[in-house]
Ligand binder design. Structure first.
Ligand SMILES: [Zn+2]
Length: 261
């Protein structure tokens, strides 16, 4: 792995951003007739504001607001033809924060009858200049195949973030992942899964700060596992559902800023 992202990762632990989707919902996005990805075109200032708040809170890296921005998922609204424009707009908005940018790819295309839609999205994100790609909220088994597929179109960084890493660490590494992680789980559960993972790769922790009617963690509660995770070798730390820039600031306070060598 080479490039800006790889150099930064070698220099020390990096802070990621918080989830955008749940923050846009808090600002009025209604999932019944809309999707966060459309907001890159319809509400660009709201998306940019999330990136700016995270950057200000200390995020080294932000993810593009493109979790569902593939032609299969957007086709539910008969807007498949806009997928490339939406992904390009998302990269521009993420770049404007000044942080490094990873292109976010959710599992909806891979789990559909047209998995090539995942590669089509990845190609647009790569052409638009992301520093790497991150598969988010995949199952471990699906991520193995998706990573291998992405590896056929890029030599750049690929992060595989799953919610059930199990024993898949070595297979994800063999498939070509540069980083393996856990997202969208309770912070303590995500930490335990990472400790048990034998991936021989840098690890990512991006858990949820809240799950409706189950839990809602304050920033300091959320960040409680961070110091142990750093000692264990976790190198990328951020927030998923329910996390805000306040949760990112709580992570940042526990991680010294290091300059890339
Ligand atoms: Zn989540």
């Amino acid at each position: 792995m080479s490039g800006v992202f790889a150099a930064a990762l070698r220099a020390g632990p990096l802070v990621l951003d918080a989830a955008i989707g749940t923050r846009l919902i808090a600002q009025g996005l209604d999932l019944r007739d809309d999707d966060p990805a459309f907001w890159n075109l319809t509400h660009p200032e709201e998306v940019a504001r999330c990136h700016e708040l995270d950057r200000h809170a200390g995020a080294d890296i932000v993810l593009t607001n493109t979790f569902g921005a593939n032609r299969v998922w957007l086709g539910r609204w008969n807007r498949a033809a806009e997928f490339a424009e939406i992904n390009r707009a998302a990269v521009t908005l993420a770049r404007s924060s000044g942080a490094m940018v990873l292109g976010s790819i959710g599992p909806t295309a891979w789990n559909s009858s047209d998995p090539s839609a995942l590669l089509a999205q990845a190609e647009v994100l790569l052409e638009a200049g992301v520093d790497g790609l991150i598969l988010e909220t995949f199952t471990g088994v699906n991520a193995i195949e998706a990573v291998a597929s992405l590896r056929s179109i890029t030599s750049g960084p690929i992060i595989a973030s799953v919610f059930d890493p199990g024993d898949y660490g070595a297979q994800l590494a063999d498939a070509g992942a540069d980083v393996v992680g856990v997202n969208c789980a309770h912070p303590v559960d995500a930490a335990r899964m990472l400790m048990e993972l034998d991936a021989q790769l840098p690890l990512l922790w991006k858990p949820s700060a809240a799950l409706p009617e189950r839990y809602a963690l304050t920033p300091s509660e959320f960040a409680a596992p961070v110091s142990d995770l750093i000692r264990h070798g976790v190198r990328l730390l951020g927030g998923c559902c329910g996390a805000t820039s306040d949760h990112i600031a709580a992570i940042r306070r526990l991680i010294p800023v290091v300059e890339a060598r």
